[in-house]
Unconditional design. Structure first.
Length: 302
């Protein structure tokens, strides 16, 4: 089937630089996606956008180019609850990838066991209204209860302003909970202001909550680097991510978010995104926890 991309869609950048920052051995890109290819793995009829193709082969080539050892592939909303593209990538990864899927209440236990065998370790619940239609919370809680015995976790994607109304639901989840992109803080507000403090309180009071300190290119207002490869790109995001890394060093993850769906104003150079890491994890010890120890423990059980 031939798919027409959403008008104005920005394709991923095909010529990423080689990072100056040398990743520690065993590093994991703990948040990335595959799209299609649409002719092989059709996009979901209910999707809110139609992306470019971004295949497993292209993802694994980027992994090697940047110096990562492994990937965690997260189901993209353009595929809905059809996880075939993701499962195919896991099975092709030679045990170098794990997955986070989207499932519906109708998923059966055999399907969950097959996904587990393929390398799935979590489900994603998306609360970003412009990306998905609302799923009833009782259905999500039922799914969470069914995956808990497998040792899977729940990944939650929401925007900072929605945390107060979602708090009771999130804190009732019976699994490890991983927050995408620090709950999308508004980085024009103070890092020590009430909105971000509520997110830190959420992590402080609930030891099962982890956070990805990823996607500065999504959160930044100051924007990408100048064309000369300026190293302090997305600097307005640094204080937020550094605060989370330094406060909760054993519960943080980092990922590229390749191929960067739904970005409107620019497409990042993934090499420069890797060079963002030492600004938020400023010591070799913090870098190893963020990139190696934490994702390996959560996704490979080591």
């Amino acid at each position: 089937m031939k798919f027409e991309k959403t008008p104005g869609w920005l394709d991923w950048y095909a010529g990423p630089s080689k990072p100056r920052f040398k990743l520690p051995p065993g590093s994991v890109d703990a948040h990335c996606h595959v799209f299609g290819p649409g002719e092989q793995f059709p996009f979901a009829p209910e999707r809110k956008y139609t992306p470019c193709d971004a295949s497993k082969e292209q993802l694994f080539a980027l992994r090697d180019h940047l110096g990562f050892d492994k990937n965690v592939i997260v189901q993209a909303t353009c595929h809905g609850a059809d996880n075939r593209a993701l499962i195919d990538a896991l099975k092709s990864s030679n045990d170098k990838a794990r997955g986070v899927v989207t499932v519906k209440r109708s998923v059966n236990d055999n399907e969950l066991q097959e996904m587990n065998a393929a390398g799935v370790r979590g489900v994603r619940f998306n609360f970003v209204k412009r990306l998905v239609d609302f799923t009833p919370k009782d259905e999500l809680m039922e799914i969470a209860a069914r995956i808990a015995p497998l040792g899977w976790h729940v990944v939650i994607y929401f925007e900072a302003v929605d945390l107060p109304e979602l708090w009771d639901f999130f804190t009732a989840l019976p699994t490890t909970v991983v927050v995408d992109h620090m709950g999308r803080p508004d980085v024009t507000k103070p890092v020590d202001g009430p909105e971000f403090e509520l997110f830190l309180k959420f992590m402080r009071e609930h030891a099962n909550v982890w956070s990805k300190v990823s996607c500065p290119e999504r959160l930044s207002v100051s924007g990408p680097p100048a064309l000369n490869g300026e190293q302090n790109a997305y600097r307005d995001v640094v204080p937020f991510a550094r605060k989370v890394v330094e406060t909760f060093p054993d519960r943080v993850l980092w990922g590229t978010d390749w191929p960067h769906p739904n970005l409107k104003n620019h497409m990042p150079d993934d090499g420069l995104l890797v060079d963002f890491i030492p600004h938020i994890a400023t010591t070799p010890e913090l870098q190893k926890k963020l990139l190696v120890d934490n994702p390996t423990r959560l996704y490979w059980g080591a």
